[in-house]
Each structure stands twice: as structure tokens, then as C-alpha cells.
Design a protein around this ligand. Structure first.
Ligand SMILES: Cc1cc2nc3c(=O)[nH]c(=O)nc-3n(C[C@H](O)[C@H](O)[C@H](O)COP(=O)(O)OP(=O)(O)OC[C@H]3O[C@@H](n4cnc5c(N)ncnc54)[C@H](O)[C@@H]3O)c2cc1C
Length: 391
């Protein structure tokens, strides 16, 4: 029988939310155990585009939304962490781009007027031209306008690796989770039969959280999935591009990020409107053909002749929203010792950790002197989206 473990905070789900929270808590002297049933970051996190939004995208309406305000501070917090002097020491995590760009291919003046009128954007956007343009847009045939947003793009696999290093001995590969009850009160979890007692239990299991809640006999908070059908392209003709291409609507027509593949080539990873509703209904071959048409129309100078293509289906997991409103903050619900949430964006992982830490502070939860952990089986690293499908 495996030994019983006591810890201050037991976290389930090692995506960016669980890993970031875990590192913050350890830095504050809490003992933690972070349980992962599959691979570190392998859910949504290493399939994300790695954009550390500052909210500019959400101001496309011109209307100031909650999203624009709540997320505005995230690029600064991430920059400080990446420089090694923020709330976490993320020095060594690879920064793919100092900026994300907004690219309007034609005459979208109306759209951009309201965009620039928005307070969320003022002072954080500069138009770029000529040699300042992203490499993929540097061609004499390029007619559009390009704006540089004060947002970063990070290499998520190196982030996950760093956060895993900061997790020390606290990572635990575990499949089966059952409630650990004392007089009907949740005091911990049984992970693969091993009792883990904790002052607080945090579920940050992304799309797995709904099933975990069911296993604990709870039906709230309700979760929603937003399916995406992403496109992946790899080839020598692809130069780095980190940009939302505007299509006149409130969502970017296509969002391109560029990632280094293990073989040294660049991979374009494409989302945005093309990967949402209609894209989800397309078969992979049809989705690839749609993306090829888009790129050929928007960037006809890019040589796609030797490009390999693939698609990836992945769901975003978020708290249930009413109507069409998009989640604009990290979300956390509380029930006794149990805290449950979703960051709703990679960029908002710091906000998720803040909310948990605020809850611990409010309840007077302090680090307790707890015996060192026994050696625990470790989960493997997640495989990035762009390595899963391409040879
Ligand atoms: C295609 C795509 C692109 C995106 N691009 C961006 C972007 O550019 N910028 C941005 O800010 N956000 C982006 N996002 C959103 C972002 O990826 C997510 O909000 C974020 O990664 C969620 O992190 P998480 O830790 O909550 O979930 P996840 O990364 O999904 O992690 C949850 C973890 O819990 C584990 N788990 C599940 N069930 C159990 C269980 N029963 N027991 C133990 N462990 C369990 C899973 O295996 C997984 O490792 C994107 C999302 C997608 C899908």
C-alpha cells in the first residue's frame, strides 16, 4: 500500500494553470502535490499558440470589454517573469516574438478607427512599415497595414519544462481520483488508491475538470468546450509570422504563429476564425484546402510548393458562459476545501494563481511543516501540437 501523503495544497491537472499555481505556492513556502493523468501541458497548453495577450484583440469592436481591462497587465507580468525578476523565475523560457502583430490586408478603415479609439489599445499599438514588418510580410506586393501590439509570443514547451523544473519533487503521475472524506467532509483525494490529505484541493484539469467534479459528486461549476480545428504547415518557404489577420469581423480572420520544430524548420500554426465554427465542421482535407486558399490570397509570394500540411482538433475548456460572451478573466469557484477553475487563457495563468492565493489568504491558510514527500512517479512532458502530426 503506498504511503499516505499530507500536503498544504493538492492540485489536479498540470497544464499551465496547475503548474504556474504550483510554482507560485512553492515559492511562498507551501508544500504542494500536483497530479497529472496524462502529460505535462499536454492538454490545451502545448497546443496553444503561446500569445500573451494584452487584450488588444478584444477591442476590435471599439467597445471596451472586461477582457480588455483584466488582461491588460499580463504582458508586463510575463515579461518580468521571463526576465527572471517577476513572480516566478522563468529565465531560460524561449521568447518567440517580442510582439504580436495586427495585420489588415485591405481597406478595413472603419474597423480600425473604432479599434484605435479604444482605451485598451491607446499607447500600446504602433504602425510598422518596411524592414520593421514581420519577415513573412516583407514583399513589395504586400499592400496591407501592420500594427505592432505590445504582446509577446512564447515557446510553450520551454515554459512547461521550466514550470516542471520549479515543481521540484511535487509532480505525481496519477490516473484514478476519488474523494477522501472524513465525516462526510472532503479532506483530500485518493490518487490511484494513495491517500493525499491537504488543506486545500485545487482542480485545474482543463477539459478533465467536468469528469473530476462528477467523480466528487458535484455538478458545479459547469464547464463548456469550444472546439477548434487548427491548421499546421511546415516548409522551407515559411518565414516567422506572429499576427492576427483582420477580416472585418470581431474575430481575427486567421491568427498565425510560428514555432520551431524539432528538426529546425519553422512551422506555421493557424487559428482564429478559420479554426472556429465553420472550420470545425470541415473535414481535415477541406480545412487544409481552405487555409491554402487563404494564404495564397493573402500572401501570394509565399512559396507553399513543398509545404506539408496537417490539422489538429482540440477543445478549449472554460467555465460555462451564457450566450455568446467570451470568458475574460481566470475563473475560480470555491466549495469548502475545494477550489475549481480554468484560466480561460494561457496568458491568464498568473490571474488564476492570484485568485487561488487570495482565497488561501482570506481563509488564513498558512504553510504547515510537513514531512518530505516520498519519491513519486512522474508524468511525461506533453508533445507540442506541431510535432504530433508532421513527420
Ligand atoms: C488551439 C488553442 C490555441 C490557444 N492559443 C492561446 C494563446 O495564444 N494564448 C492564450 O493565452 N491562450 C490560448 N489558448 C487557451 C489556453 O491554451 C488555455 O486556456 C490554457 O492552456 C488552459 O490551461 P489549463 O492548465 O487550464 O488546461 P490544460 O493545458 O488543458 O491542462 C489540464 C491538464 O489536466 C490534466 N487532467 C485532465 N483530467 C485529469 C485528471 N482526472 N487527473 C489528473 N489530471 C487531469 C490534463 O491531462 C492536462 O494536462 C489556446 C487554446 C487552444 C486550444
Amino acid at each position: 500500500m503506498p504511503s499516505v501523503i499530507s500536503t498544504d495544497v493538492l492540485i489536479v491537472g498540470a497544464g499551465v494553470a496547475g503548474l504556474w499555481l504550483n510554482a507560485r505556492l512553492r515559492r511562498q513556502g507551501f508544500s504542494t502535490v500536483l497530479v497529472e493523468s496524462a502529460s505535462l501541458g499536454g492538454g490545451q497548453s502545448v497546443k496553444s499558440q503561446g500569445i500573451i495577450h494584452g487584450g488588444a484583440k478584444y477591442a476590435l469592436h471599439g467597445a471596451l470589454t472586461g477582457a480588455s481591462e483584466a488582461i491588460a497587465d499580463m504582458p508586463r507580468r510575463w515579461r518580468e517573469a521571463l526576465a527572471g525578476d517577476g513572480e516566478l523565475d522563468l529565465s531560460g523560457v524561449r521568447l518567440l516574438s517580442e510582439a504580436h502583430y495586427l495585420w489588415s490586408p485591405g481597406t478595413l478603415a472603419g474597423n480600425l478607427t473604432s479599434f484605435f479609439a479604444s482605451k485598451a489599445v491607446r499607447g500600446r499599438v504602433d504602425q510598422v512599415k518596411g524592414e520593421q514588418l514581420p519577415p513573412a510580410l516583407q514583399d513589395k506586393r504586400f499592400k496591407g497595414k501592420v500594427y505592432r501590439l505590445a504582446e509577446l509570443v512564447i515557446d510553450v514547451p520551454s515554459l512547461i519544462q521550466r514550470l516542471a523544473d520549479l515543481a521540484g519533487d511535487g509532480l505525481l503521475a496519477g490516473q484514478t481520483i476519488e474523494p477522501l472524506l472524513e465525516a462526510g467532509v472532503l479532506v483530500g483525494l485518493k490518487v490511484d488508491g494513495r491517500e493525499i490529505r491537504a488543506q486545500r484541493i485545487v482542480l485545474s484539469a482543463g477539459a478533465g475538470t467536468a469528469d473530476l467534479l462528477t467523480a466528487l459528486g458535484l455538478s458545479h461549476p459547469a464547464m463548456q468546450r469550444r472546439p477548434l480545428h487548427m491548421i499546421i504547415a511546415k516548409g522551407p518557404g515559411l518565414k516567422p509570422l506572429y499576427a492576427h489577420c483582420l477580416g472585418g469581423g470581431t474575430k481575427p480572420r486567421i491568427t498565425v504563429t510560428t514555432h520551431p520544430a524539432a528538426d529546425g524548420q519553422w512551422v506555421w500554426y493557424m487559428g482564429g476564425d478559420i479554426a472556429e465554427s465553420e472550420g470545425v465542421n470541415r473535414e481535415p482535407a477541406e480545412q487544409i484546402a481552405t487555409a491554402q486558399k487563404e494564404i495564397s490570397q493573402l500572401l501570394p509570394w509565399i512559396d507553399l510548393s513543398t509545404t506539408q500540411w496537417a490539422t489538429l482538433r482540440v477543445d478549449r475548456a472554460e467555465p460555462l458562459q451564457t450566450g455568446l460572451t467570451r470568458p475574460d478573466n481566470a475563473f475560480l469557484a470555491e466549495e469548502g476545501r475545494l477550489l475549481v477553475g480554468w484560466p480561460t487563457k494561457l496568458a491568464l495563468a498568473p490571474d488564476f494563481a492570484d485568485r487561488v492565493i487570495a482565497s488561501l489568504q482570506r481563509d488564513g491558510i498558512q504553510p504547515q511543516a510537513i514531512a518530505p514527500l516520498p519519491p513519486l512517479p512522474k508524468p511525461p512532458m506533453g508533445v507540442p501540437a506541431w510535432e504530433q502530426l508532421l513527420p
